[in-house]
Design a protein around this ligand. Structure first.
Ligand SMILES: [Zn+2]
Ligand SMILES: [Zn+2]
Length: 217
């Protein structure tokens, strides 16, 4: 069973997740939101080896800690290490994820060196995740689904009782609802959803209790 750790970090309380396979000590970090040095210490304490860093999308609050985390990991990165982002997130990346617009400064990190694609399989120890391109909150948004463990990392696509905002660069309400219909709602009801903000939920709970879903789907 995969181990999931969560930290709420940064100016807009973004969830950073560590997902680790205890059998191999391999782990990934999803959205290193803030406080990269702190994250590196926690990773060390847990005895994890970080094989890659997965960005759901390029809003500043989801990678504000990336530069410091990479620096702190230093040479300890294993072979094949990468930082992944969908190529449609490059534009947002270039403008630092909108940080300037919000009057926030973030440290420049090296550009992601892996472009996620729809349907891509990401192995983690003895487990596998599938990448789905789920635009609407931002053009290059992806979500990570592990069918074996029934878990979904949904970034800012869907939250408990909410959905991502669609008024920012590349946002579209219709596109977001389409992404939710295509990639989230067909999953088994007991699939746990770990969002970019707020508490965890399940597909079943959102099907029944999410006001946007009952209204529009
Ligand atoms: Zn966002
Ligand atoms: Zn966010």
């Amino acid at each position: 069973m995969l181990k999931i750790e969560k930290w709420v970090l940064g100016p807009v309380a973004t969830n950073t997740y560590l997902v680790g396979d205890p059998d191999t000590n391999r782990a990934v970090v999803i959205d290193p939101a803030w406080d990269g040095k702190f994250l590196a210490e926690e990773i060390k304490k847990g005895g994890w080896q970080i094989q890659s860093i997965w960005l759901t999308h390029a809003h500043f609050d989801h990678f504000g800690g990336l530069a410091d985390l990479l620096e702190a990991l230093g040479q300890e990165k294993p072979e094949g290490f990468f930082v992944g982002l969908h190529s449609k997130g490059n534009l947002l990346w270039k403008v630092k994820g909108g940080a300037v617009m919000f009057g926030i400064k973030i440290k420049t990190a090296p550009k992601p060196d892996h472009a996620f694609t729809e349907g891509e399989i990401l192995p983690l120890g003895n487990h596998q995740f599938i990448v789905h391109h789920a635009p609407g909150h931002s053009a290059g948004h992806v979500i990570f689904h592990c069918p074996g463990e029934k878990i979904l990392f949904s970034g800012d696509v869907i939250f408990r009782q909410g959905i991502g905002r669609t008024d920012l660069l590349g946002g579209s309400y219709e596109t977001l609802m389409d992404s939710i219909k295509t990639w989230v709602l067909p999953l088994p009801d007991d699939t746990r959803i770990y969002s970019g903000h707020g508490p965890e939920t399940t597909v079943g709970a959102e099907k029944n209790g999410n006001p946007f879903i009952s209204k529009d789907i």
